[in-house]
Design a protein around this ligand. Structure first.
Ligand code: PLP
Length: 357
């Protein structure tokens, strides 16, 4: 059994994916070819959002989103501590300071109460220039946006939704990626909607933000390629990856359902044995990971291994305890729930073509 099986997906859809790639090889427009536009439009339609602006990867998408909000050296941005490093790295990359927030024990997502505490603490210091909140749809489950939006509005802070893992999730009929003022995602192969290399996108209803990102992703271009009005970067989605994503997006809604079938199977099988991930009423997860909590994680991992089931740990170290952020002065005990999770989580194999009884 494989933890994530990309080869089965390819075999099942090989003819169409091959023909998409062949098209690009024939027209030869490898950078910003017609498939890029087409994919952006199709994804925007699927998400019911005005703009999808693709870029080179999910980390760049976060950096671009923060740049569009004017985040710069000396600013502060809030994000969860129990997430993939790129969430906070994007903040630090721009010379801003991440302020971390604790997690919820049942959903593993950012805790709204801890969020408000950290905002209050930050704004009580006149030196701190708090610019934005980054939320993460961890393991595929949208964060608690009804509560988070209320807090963001109260303090007039924009939300950047890191939906690298969340694409395909929903709250009611609203799609993950559209809960922030700006959403970001990744098409890294192992994400719910993945390509065959690196890829990412920024998602927004704002015409202004979309315009800025479109400029920033090609060296801050103005009226044309050789007219530069901003310091940007080179961060584009390859045409071949866009072509592959067109085919992957077509099968994506069904794949999210298949992933939910696997999650239901796990729930029935292991519900009595471990703390399983909670999906709040009205929420849909895209199950980027299926993550349980076990008091003796190593024993449980060993047991699964004996049955031929591979397991992984996402994430073993909270970001406030990473060496790179040592100078920020956090210590063990600062975020007890997130620390508990990082010590006890264990992820089971998850992909749409996992064969379960
Ligand atoms: C994967 C991931 C990213 C970064 O995406 P890349 O495409 O690998 O740069 C950012 N945030 C989260 C939560 C992720 O899981």
């Amino acid at each position: 059994m494989q933890f994530i099986d990309l080869a089965s997906q390819y075999r099942m859809h090989q003819e169409k994916i091959d023909s998409q790639i062949k098209n690009v090889l024939e027209h030869g427009r490898y950078i910003m070819g017609p498939e890029v536009d087409e994919f952006e439009n199709k994804l925007a339609e699927y998400l019911s959002v005005k703009h999808v602006v693709s870029c080179a990867n999910g980390t760049d998408a976060l950096v671009l989103a923060l740049m569009a909000l004017g985040v710069k050296q000396g600013d502060t941005v809030i994000c969860p501590t129990f997430t993939f490093y790129a969430t906070a790295e994007a903040i630090a990359f721009l010379g801003a300071t991440p302020v971390f927030v604790d997690s919820e024990r049942q959903t593993y997502n950012l805790c709204p109460k801890s969020l408000e505490e950290q905002i209050e603490k930050a704004i009580s210091d006149p030196e701190v220039n708090l610019k934005a909140i980054i939320t993460v749809d961890l393991f595929g489950l949208p964060a608690n946006y009804p509560a988070i939006r209320e807090i963001a509005d109260k303090y007039k802070l924009p939300i950047v939704e890191d939906a690298a893992q969340g694409l395909g999730g929903q709250i009611g009929s609203k799609m993950a990626g559209t809960f922030g003022d700006i959403g970001t995602t990744s098409f890294f192969p192992a994400k719910p909607l993945g390509c065959y290399g690196d890829g990412g996108a920024v998602i927004t209803d704002s015409d202004e933000v979309a315009e800025i990102i479109k400029s920033l992703r090609v060296h801050g271009q103005g009226e044309n390629k050789y007219h530069n009005i901003r310091v940007g970067m080179n961060s584009r989605l390859d045409t071949i990856q866009a072509a592959i994503l067109l085919e992957k997006l077509r099968i994506f809604p069904e794949e999210v359902e298949l992933r939910n079938g696997v999650a239901d199977y796990y729930k029935n099988k292991y519900g009595e044995l471990y703390q399983l991930p909670r999906v709040p009423e009205g929420f849909i997860s895209s199950w980027a990971q299926y993550t349980l909590v076990a008091s003796s994680r190593n024993d449980v991992a060993e047991q699964f291994a004996k049955e031929g089931i591979p397991t992984m740990i996402y994430y073993k170290t909270c970001l406030h305890l990473q060496p790179v952020f040592e100078t920020l002065g956090y210590k063990r005990g600062d975020f007890p729930v997130a620390e508990y999770l990082s010590d006890h989580v264990l992820s089971l194999p998850m992909h749409p073509y996992l064969v379960v009884e």
